[in-house]
Design a protein around this ligand. Structure first.
Ligand code: URA
Length: 454
């Protein structure tokens, strides 16, 4: 097949068949198809779209462009994936919680980019933790501990790596079928029985509007299920940071606090975080047939926290991946702290009405804790803690957040950013749902019966 004929076909609104998609993706993986041709095709897809069959074929082809893992374990292999947000530490808690319930979680995580954080970067703040191990080592830890979280490897879905890098510089990222195939190719190569997608929506998310997030959620649930991995998507709120902490090492400590109910710094479990962890965990346990009902799943998840078994799994995972054996009991013995801490205070009394969450994420980047280009290095120590939540009542000069910075200059800059990200109103805001919708492959979108929180 001539690549230019394939591109022309999509340019002229044609429909690709699966065989041609396979050939083109093979050409991307082998290097036979040139960067310019990949860019032209990506733009044709961006403009003219892919139908369901094409998207399934693209997902399958990209999944099989590299190694696909197979498991011989005594339990379901399940995973979750988030489209990315601010203060989203869910993976760090949920992987060991599911492992403690009998599931196996081979989680391949991404780096943070732009204003969103990445689980891979958070793990890299742990001294000794091998976030980029060999596949053999990864498999061994999953089989022995029940979970392992690592970064993307060149072995899995290499076609996506090349295609994504080209989309990134050709303004073709924001295409639902290409996002679907890109995310799913990496996840399906993990060899999962079930996947749960956390599609974030709001100012701090990739998708700011509900209708776009629902469209992506439908696309992912349908394509993954058609491609052979039953998948449910849950839409969750990202109009404020998910937890009160953003920043890499700081979020590791936050996760340890969550798993030990405040054992590291005294920070207790926060309700919005809890809702998202529970909603996704319930889907993982019921989807993996470890629980017969959502209520049974909830009880199992809570038990892993109360009994300490989830914290034990986390500790075992960290140790098995080369990190300190006592990270959970004494995290600050091992994690580096930023040298400067400064409080940001409210200019007037009132209620936190809105937080420009994108700017909170960007503020972590300005501190040095995020990157704007994939090759940038980051400062794992910096970040923000004690972020006041939407609905919280504050007095004038009361703390809105604490900045952890490397220099006074960046702390000052970020203080201004945080202050302007917070809107303080005289009246409390209308409560909003944290877990907005559950979307299945059949297209059903249900609003969960949940007490709204603010
Ligand atoms: N994340 C991915 O992995 N791929 C995309 O295309 C967008 C976000």
């Amino acid at each position: 097949m001539l690549a230019q004929e394939f591109i022309r076909h999509k340019r002229d609104h044609g429909t690709h068949d699966a065989g041609r998609i396979d050939e083109f993706i093979d050409g991307i993986t082998s290097g036979e198809v040139a960067d310019a041709q990949i860019a032209a095709w990506a733009m044709a897809v961006f403009l003219n779209g892919l139908n369901l069959d094409e998207c399934v074929a693209l997902t399958r082809a990209m999944t099989h462009s590299g190694m696909c893992l197979e498991w011989r374990v005594d339990g379901p292999v399940v995973d979750k994936h988030s489209t990315g947000g601010v203060g989203d530490t869910v993976s760090l808690m949920l992987a060991p919680m599911i492992a403690a319930c009998g599931g196996f979680v081979p989680m391949i995580s991404g780096r943070g980019l732009g204003h969103t954080g990445g689980t891979y970067d958070k793990l890299e703040s742990i001294p000794g933790y091998r976030a980029a191990p060999t596949i053999t080592e990864f498999r061994k830890v999953v089989e022995r501990v029940g979970c392992s979280i690592i970064g993307q490897t060149a072995d899995l879905a290499p076609a996506d790596k090349r295609l994504y890098a080209i989309r990134d510089v050709t303004s073709t990222v924001e295409s639902i079928p290409m996002i679907t195939a890109s995310i799913l190719s990496k996840k399906l190569a993990e060899g999962l029985g079930t996947l749960v997608m956390d599609v974030k929506v709001g100012r701090g998310a990739f998708m700011e509007r509900d209708e776009d997030a629902v469209e992506l959620a439908h696309s992912i649930a349908r394509v993954a299920t058609e491609a052979g991995t039953p998948t449910v998507a849950v839409l969750t709120d990202m109009d404020q940071p998910l937890g009160s902490v953003a920043g890499n090492a700081l979020e590791i400590v936050y996760a340890i606090d969550y798993l030990t109910d405040g054992g590291a710094t005294g920070t207790r479990r926060e309700s919005r975080m809890d809702e998202v962890v529970m909603a996704l965990g319930v889907e993982m346990l019921t989807g993996g047939k470890l629980a017969a009902s959502p209520s049974e799943a909830r009880v199992m998840l809570l038990k892993t926290l109360d009994s300490g078994t989830a914290a034990e799994r986390f500790a075992k995972m960290v140790r098995s991946m080369g990190g300190p054996a006592d990270l959970v009991t004494d995290p600050w013995k091992h994690l580096e702290r930023a040298p400067i801490t400064v409080d940001v205070t409210a200019e007037r009394a009132g209620f936190v009405g809105h937080i420009d969450t994108r700017h909170i994420g960007l503020a972590v980047g300005v501190l040095g804790g995020g990157r704007s280009r994939p090759q940038d290095s980051i400062d794992h120590t910096v970040g923000i803690t004690s972020l006041a939540a939407v609905g919280e009542q504050v007095d004038a000069n009361q703390r809105l957040a604490t900045i952890h910075a490397r220099t006074n200059e960046t702390a000052d800059r970020v203080g201004t950013m945080i202050r302007s990200a917070y809107s303080i109103h005289p009246e409390p805001p209308t409560p909003r749902l944290t877990v907005r919708q559950r979307v299945t492959s059949s297209g059903a979108a249900e609003v969960p019966t949940e007490i709204p929180t603010i």
